[in-house]
Design a protein around this ligand. Structure first.
Ligand code: HEC
Length: 121
């Protein structure tokens, strides 16, 4: 009798986990950052850098062997004119419209979008 109750309990728990799984409770979406609550004070090292590090540094970071294009991990190059696109800058202070980094992140155009769609980042 006790064994039956145990088996039924385990089945119920497994069904619960299965239901949670299929309903997306364990699904980590790319849009998770956008649903995070904004902190009162945004700190570059604590809030921004981890996002860039996870999504951009593979190709725009410190590893010269993997880098493709400009460095986003250094303040100097993040604010300097892009060699591939003269007259354009990765980040222009207080001007998201002129900041290629922002434009690339929010773009729907797969040719402009960063990280590149095929990177699965
Ligand atoms: C898988 C590699 C890869 C990742 C990851 C990646 N990029 Fe790029 N990025 C590239 C390559 C390659 C280029 C240069 C060629 C091009 O313009 O498409 C580039 C160019 C750029 C440019 C310059 C575009 C121009 O017009 O000169 C910006 C801005 C940029 N990336 C921002 C980002 C940001 C921000 C992230 C993270 C959110 C990111 N990239 C992640 C590969 C990557």
């Amino acid at each position: 009798m006790k064994q039956k109750i145990l088996i039924i309990s385990i089945l119920v728990v497994l069904l619960g986990v299965l239901y949670a799984f299929t309903s997306g409770a364990f699904h980590v979406s790319k849009d998770d950052y956008s649903s995070l609550k904004l902190p009162e004070v945004v700190d570059y090292n604590f809030h921004i850098k981890p996002i860039l590090s996870d999504n951009c540094y593979t190709c725009h970071g410190p590893d010269a062997n993997k880098r493709q294009g400009f460095r986003l991990d250094l303040e100097e190059t993040a604010f300097s004119e892009l060699s591939e696109s003269p007259g354009e800058f990765p980040i222009v202070s207080k001007d998201p419209k002129r900041s290629k980094v922002y434009q690339a992140i929010v773009s729907d155009d797969p040719d402009m979008q960063m990280p590149p769609p095929n990177s699965n980042l």
